[in-house]
Design a protein around this ligand. Sequence first.
Ligand code: NAD
Length: 456
Amino acid sequence: MDIKALVIAQKDYFLEGNTRNLNQRINSLRKLRELLKKNEKKLFEAIYADFGKSEYETYETELSLIYHEINKAIKKIPVWARTKRIKTNLPNLPAKSYIIAEPLGTALIIGAWNYPYQLSLIPLISAIAAGCTAIVKPSELSAHSSRTMAEIINSNFDSRYISVLQGGVQETGELLEQHFDKIFFTGSIPVGKIVYEAAAKHLTPVTLELGGKSPVFVLNDCNIKITAKRIIWGKFLNAGQTCVAPDYLLVDSKIIDKLLAEMERLISELFPNTKDVEENYVRIINEKHFNRLADLIEPEKIYCGGHLNKEKLFISPTIFTNVDFDSKIMADEIFGPLLPVIAFDDLQTAIFKVKSRPKPLALYVFGKNSKNIDLILKEISFGGGAVNDTVMHLSNGALPFGGVGSSGTGNYHEHAGFKAFSHYKSILHKRPMLEPFLKYRPYTTLKLNILKRLLE
Ligand code: NAD
């Protein structure tokens, strides 16, 4: 089936009302869960073939989140889809007011490669829960994972309902020409702009889950050991190829030496510079990205790490010092295992520096003084984040996840995901009685005075 025909078939399937029934949605999610469980081995093998991601990390950062979203949606669909009663204002009485959640229609979901399963399937789970039909276009860079998802889903679901379409720029371009009722995109800022522009032609609502440079503030009253551990984990997970990975550190100069020493110690403990790490650490996705990252490395700024193996697309966890906001590593999102550390003496100046750059997807603060923590959280606009941790806010599905400004538009996970694929229809439901004379001509001064008393 060609792309245009597939979109038309999905629209017809939706318009025929096949996705309206809540039990149908719940059963589809149960079926998806069962299929994923049954094919876990294949999913593990595929992602390993793509970029050497281990079974443990794949379960921890992909499948467990997907299962959680499915389980939550199965339990909550009846609540999320329920018509919600709202208070009616005085001039409209007697009447009731309510909001009906309705599925937006046929959705296009475009995924990124770095968490190929969850970035394609969690939006799909939300689309199914909301009652949409959906075409999923995972990334061509994680080709094995994308093929495996396509095999599992396409051979078990009606393509008029949900379908995985593999392809790169050309296929995505063709998809974007079609008139969808919702586009959910995860990926880079430049491609986000292409998607937004294409959506505008049809006035299609979008969710854009983009990237950016996510800072970490380390204040002088932090617990150095815990801080170092949580930064190292969040930064070097998936070889730094995580949208919410700490991109750079802003560290109070009073504690920078202690923090650097502890991070170096941890790196050598967790990633001993042996052949084993080279064999088993997550790879950089391809040569293009390897070269991009290698180009960011200024050898004189390396504090620790800096080991590269092009043949294996391996870059060891690397920390840089003597970096400032004008260094080339500070220009764009790093998206790799390179961590620049900048010292600050004055917190307000550091806050202003971050504030005057594009709004980050995530921001982290380590410290104890609640005044300083609040100052950072309230002064800087960013998608979401954590205090005294990194990345883990994403694992709390009850927290809507998304960016702001250049790091994204809209959010998802659990109920927020359901909302992203729904329209909320507001209804004023009146009874055929008691019509106020005030509404009607002639408009007298007396009526105007009564109106003023009633409506203000
Ligand atoms: P990307 O923008 O290169 O690709 C994303 C998707 O867009 C892929 O499916 C790809 O096939 C498609 N695409 C690429 N070029 C296109 C074009 N010219 N026209 C139409 N479609 C095109 O992003 P990526 O390299 O897969 O992912 C890395 C980026 O995604 C990083 O910036 C990262 O921060 C961001 N990201 C964001 C989140 C989030 O949840 N906010 C999650 C993961 C990744």
